[in-house]
Design a protein around this ligand. Structure first.
Ligand code: ARG
Length: 461
């Protein structure tokens, strides 16, 4: 049997049960918020002092005590106790040990409800900024690889069937665009994260003459939550972050899937350096793309966390409910997973060996210039639908002859259509097919180089 809780046990007779105490405690995981909790407490103590709710002397003593606690935590000397339930009460009771009765004044005009809401916003603001920076590093890595491959021809796919030739850099820049949107989404979400709940107290505000503007200024919040009931119960910003994280993991998982396919013997477009692959315990021949498979796999837990949060919030009555404590582990896990995956993936970008020859050879299969043949006929005044049909017949003929479309002779092509002349071979040329797609957003090396330049400049902002 534990003792009656020191922080809120006044109206309780019976001591809490150890199992139930463990069940309710969050300190095992929320202690990672300590840094933010103390930062918010220092701001609160300053505000209480300046508003004369406590004396300047008391405010100063509390702040010194809190700073000592930061040091203790950083030096791993702080004793986290389950019976103190959570990060807030562990820190507060240590403060009382250090400062004596004056420490008991810190919680004036505040509740753990506005306290935790403030802590997680501070945490998420900092983590979101870190993730934005990591994403930009990834964009730089993608650009560096793309820059070396503006003339590397590979098959572009639809339905994973050879479609039309593209340059590898163009394919890579598609991922640059995805990550760019991820960064924009995260930046936009920061606007809604950066609202301050502190001052809402339990749910209705407080009777003390607090100065919320001052607390917000001290904590770098752009805005103050306008409604105290909403302030303590809102977790939209967490859900929004998890949605951003899910979309970003989905992007990474797509890239990973391509790397897995490309590194197979059948494709052999790329090779992973040894440190990004693993062997098999039984098959000596294996070099498995474990690292990218893991990123692909970790996408699942991030989606899971998003669904967990949405479900935790579903149907919750106003205002704070203990259900909200369940937001911590999913959010911490998502932040850690996303950061690690972006970092590992960025390193991978610098460790890919590109087999340009195999990419080029793959474009020579699959009658990849069939659209170009149709476009050639359109230029000779054939309507596109008819041109499509003629080109299709040429493909069928090639298949029967066990040849690629590009290998047909003029005589063979003319058997299909008299309109076809010697100049068709310029069009059926792979390079030409790529160079001809020369408008904004298309795959010609000229356009792709321009896109890379624009992308590079955009990263400066
Ligand atoms: N550990 C709690 C949480 O994570 C802190 C807030 C507790 N508030 C309360 N009224 N029990 O949500």
């Amino acid at each position: 049997m534990s003792k009656v809780n020191q922080s809120w046990g006044g109206r309780f007779n019976k001591a809490s049960n150890k199992i139930i105490e463990d069940f309710g405690a969050s300190v095992k995981f929320d202690k990672i918020l300590a840094k933010y909790d103390i930062k918010a407490s220092i701001a609160h103590a300053k505000m209480l002092g300046q508003c004369k709710i406590i004396t300047k002397k008391e405010s100063d003593a509390i702040i010194i005590g809190l700073e000592q606690i930061i040091d203790e935590i950083n030096q791993n000397k702080f004793k986290w106790l389950i019976e103190k339930e959570d990060v807030h009460m562990n820190i507060e009771s240590r403060l009382i040990e250090i400062c004596g009765d004056v420490g008991k004044k810190l919680h004036t005009g505040r509740s753990r409800n506005d306290q935790i809401a403030t802590d997680i916003r501070l945490y998420l603001r900092s983590q979101t900024n870190d993730i934005i920076n990591l994403s930009k590093d990834l964009q730089v890595a993608i650009l560096a690889l793309a820059q070396n491959h503006t003339n590397t021809i590979m098959p572009g796919f639809t339905h994973l069937q050879v479609a039309q030739p593209v340059v590898f850099a163009h394919h890579l820049m598609a991922y640059f665009e995805m990550i760019n949107r991820d960064v924009q989404r995260l930046k936009d979400s920061l606007k809604r994260i950066n609202f301050m709940p502190l001052g809402a107290a339990a749910l209705a505000g407080t009777t003390y003459p607090i100065d919320r503007d001052l607390s917000a200024k001290l904590l770098g919040f752009d805005n103050i939550c306008a409604n105290s009931i909403d302030a303590v119960s809102d977790r939209d910003f967490l859900i929004e972050f998890m949605a951003c994280a899910s979309i970003m993991m989905m992007h990474l998982s797509r890239f990973c899937e391509e790397i897995i396919i490309w590194s197979s013997a059948q494709f052999n477009f790329i090779e992973l350096t040894d440190d990004f692959a693993s062997g098999s315990s039984i098959m000596p021949n294996k070099k498995n793309p474990d690292v990218v498979e893991l990123i692909r796999g970790k996408t699942g837990r991030v989606y899971g966390s998003l669904v967990a949060l949405l479900t935790i919030m579903k149907g919750q009555v106003l205002a704070y409910n203990k259900d909200n404590q369940e937001d911590k582990e999913p959010i911490f896990d998502t932040v850690n997973t996303l950061k690690t995956c972006i970092d590992v993936f960025t390193r991978l970008m610098y460790n890919l060996k590109i087999n340009e020859k195999n990419m080029l050879n793959a474009t020579k299969k699959g009658h990849i210039t069939a659209t170009d043949l149709a476009d050639y006929l359109v230029n000779k005044k054939v309507a596109f639908r008819d041109a499509h049909k003629i080109a299709g017949q040429a493909v069928l003929y090639s298949i029967k002859q066990n040849k690629d479309l590009s290998e047909l002779s003029l005589q063979e092509l003319q058997k299909i259509s008299k309109i076809i002349k010697q100049d068709v071979f310029e069009v059926l040329d792979l390079k030409n097919a790529v160079y001809m797609r020369n408008h904004i957003g298309a795959t010609s090396p000229k356009q792709v180089k321009k896109a890379i330049k624009t992308a590079k400049n955009s990263l400066k902002n």
